[in-house]
Design a protein around this ligand. Structure first.
Ligand code: GA4
Length: 340
């Protein structure tokens, strides 16, 4: 079965359309309907009044900014990124590249302490600052943020279950709350794109004189992704009719993406959101933080009982993750698990 990479991106147009924005101070029965509608139409929505404390976000952003400002050799001591650590330009292991550097961290308590050990084991990479060890301050900021964003993820997933009339409201969120959850966390730092030398650009690719591919087109393999960025533009989502829509950056909002696993569990009723980052800002870096809510490796992903024919075979998250890592970033990996 084909897992062909997407149509070359340059053939798709961009346009400005209304992105669904959901106010979490609304009543839950209204919220659940709006969330289901957005997940069906876009596989994507924005959240305002999310309840994640601003000071947690600001602390983490500051720590991340300090980290990425360090010399390359120092940052590399927290790498390589496979499976978890610091990476630059390379995405995955099959030659996908982007104009970014990043930190990829596992989020369950066991793995966080492992990451902490590996970073603290290299004291040269984290000099004591104001009497504190930066590794500890940084990892505490990551931990606090993850706990709060995990709660938001679970709240959204409970509302999804309510909106889909699933009898067990925690059918999705219990996978994320599981102590063995394979959820992960990523900090992406996209340096500014160089100023164009002139407007004429013969290059037929997305890397033009004034824009750079920060992160190529893909969907996220997990259940749900929660992204927060600073005020620098770059994120675009692909609509059902294959148009690229720029997502205006807003540091006070979260972006929520349906992942492949939720597409499979909803038997294709929700479609995982294809997205990319194109860097056009020539002055300021884009910084984003993503929480990827995933099941435990041995958890089964099966379509919920539905009226439609079953579109996807059951698979464990571990099997799916292995398939994802054996393919390219932009491949349609769920095609491997179609029933026909
Ligand atoms: C996309 C979502 C997350 O950033 C990620 C990425 C992972 C990686 O960067 O190592 C993958 C990519 C992501 C999908 C397919 C595989 C795996 C790179 C790649 C080519 C951490 C994830 O879980 O899947």
């Amino acid at each position: 079965m084909g897992v062909a990479s997407p149509t070359p991106l340059r053939t798709k147009k961009t346009r400005a359309v209304g992105i669904p924005t959901i106010d979490f101070s609304l009543e839950s029965s209204i919220l659940s309907q709006k969330i289901v509608q957005a997940c069906e139409e876009y596989g994507f929505f924005k959240v305002v009044n999310h309840g994640v404390p601003n000071h947690m976000i600001a602390t983490l952003e500051k720590e991340a900014t300090d980290f990425f400002a360090k010399p390359a050799l120092v940052k590399q001591q927290a790498g390589p990124p496979t499976p978890f650590g610091y990476g630059s330009k390379n995405i995955g292991v099959h030659g996908d590249m982007g104009e970014l550097e990043y930190l990829l961290l596992q989020t369950n308590p066991h793995s966080i302490s492992q990451a902490s050990k590996s970073i603290s084991a290299n004291p040269a990479s984290f000099r004591p600052r104001d009497g504190h060890d930066l590794a500890v301050v940084f990892l505490c900021a990551v931990n606090d943020y993850i706990q709060s964003v995990r709660d938001l993820t679970c709240e959204i997933l409970d509302l999804v279950a309510e909106g889909l009339w699933v009898p067990d409201k925690s059918v999705f969120s219990s996978l994320i709350r599981d102590v063995q959850s394979d959820s992960c966390f990523r900090l992406n730092h996209y340096p500014p794109a160089p100023m164009p030398l002139n407007k004429w650009d013969p290059s037929p690719s997305l890397n033009t004189a004034s824009s750079r591919v920060g992160f190529g087109e893909h969907s996220d393999p997990q259940i749900l992704t929660i992204l927060r960025s600073n005020d620098v533009e770059g994120l675009q989502i692909c609509t059902h009719d294959e148009l690229w829509v720029p997502v205006p950056p807003d540091p006070n909002q979260f972006c929520v993406f349906v992942g492949d696993a939720l597409q499979a569990m909803t038997n294709g009723r929700f479609v995982s959101a294809r997205h990319r980052v194109l860097i056009t800002n020539s002055v300021k870096s884009r910084m984003s933080m993503m929480y990827f809510g995933a099941p435990p490796l041995n958890a089964w992903i099966s379509p919920l009982p539905d009226h439609k024919p079953i579109l996807y075979k059951s698979f464990t998250w571990g099997e799916f993750k292995k398939a994802a890592y054996s393919l390219r970033l932009g491949d349609y990996r769920l095609n491997l698990f179609k029933t026909h």
